[in-house]
Design a protein around this ligand. Sequence first.
Ligand SMILES: [Zn+2]
Length: 427
Amino acid sequence: MKDRILHYRCEGLCDAAGLNHAQAALLLQTTRQGLEILALGSPAEVARHPAASTRPPETLHHEVIIPGLVNAHTHLDLTHMGPLPYSREGGFVGWVDRIRSQRATEPAEIIASVNEGIRLSLAGGVIAVGDIAGIRQLEPLHALRESPLIGVSYLEVFGMGARQADAVSTLRKTCSTTSSNENGVCLGLQPHAPYSAGLDVFAAAIELREQYGTPLCTHLAETSEERSFVADAAGPIRAMLERLGVWDDRILAQVGQGRHPLHHLSSTLNAGGWLAAHVNDLPEDGLDTLARSGASIVYCPRCSTYFDHAGTFGPHRYRDMIDAGINVALGTDSIINLPDADRISTFDEMQLLHRRDGVPPARLMRMATVNGARALGLPEIAFTLQVGHVVAGLAAVRITEPGPESPLEAIMKPGTSIRMLQPEPSP
Ligand SMILES: [Zn+2]
């Protein structure tokens, strides 16, 4: 591909590193590595760059340019299911049963579903994902590597008690036979959760990270059902494992010892490099435990609302986590828990937290860009706008009416819309 010059004039430019410039211009060059920023600032300043004269500026009316966003937790292979209502009577286990029975299982169907998820992510200005690939599936990894998205495809494994050995051998075999990083997409590993993967599986994932540098993720402290299972080996999850024929008494060597899920995994997390999704249920010393471990947390606000986790555990502690020095990113989780199917984007999570909790736009921009990058092991400078940076992507937010607000404040107002600016969406 030949390098191209891109030149934009826009309503504003903003990012997580303090850029918040109204009436701005941006000059870039497309390279094999990405989009290199040649100049930014006022239109007059940018026009002085020698490359600016080779390309007249394209004016983006009422649009603010921001870095492409990160969605640190999603399940693109479930996109074909679309949004589904949550039934309180069936509870979390009823919901899991429904996903199990409806999810695509044929490779071609899985790829089609992931491709639709990729399209909906790009439509929402998302350029990087932490995608949970589904159980022992590599199709999502390959689909992502064929797409403009970058990030991590986490291979998911289940296995407790006697079934741990098989899960461990799947992880080892996959790492030794699959390229770890190609076209900006890393192979990652995801022991599914403390109620579905045993501690030996988590330990093997840590070993493989040391050997191959593989990013690691898990679902943690998500539901009250998880807490009863890990602490007491009881409740609806125990009943589900028995019903599915995957319960064996060896599981009792690791769960049922009165521990909170976070304490159950604390030495695992202390090995470093973990990304934990959700963490709705935080024990009293939880902030210290998490901060010491260096784990990143991905909070999925619309998912927590869908399951009413705040009704069970109280409001999510993401702000306390950030104040305790924990890296907190944003995720959407799957399309199933989103209210509509137009896009799968953390832009909507930013807007929700701004509207509901009054979170300052600058903090939200960090959560949806650089914090997400750190959580996925991507370079943070690919998500901030500075001369010399090679950025992963650019999104444009159309604001309602230009007013006295800064660009960063304007994009958080109701009624805005977002699109991917670069890479250009395919027709
Ligand atoms: Zn998930």
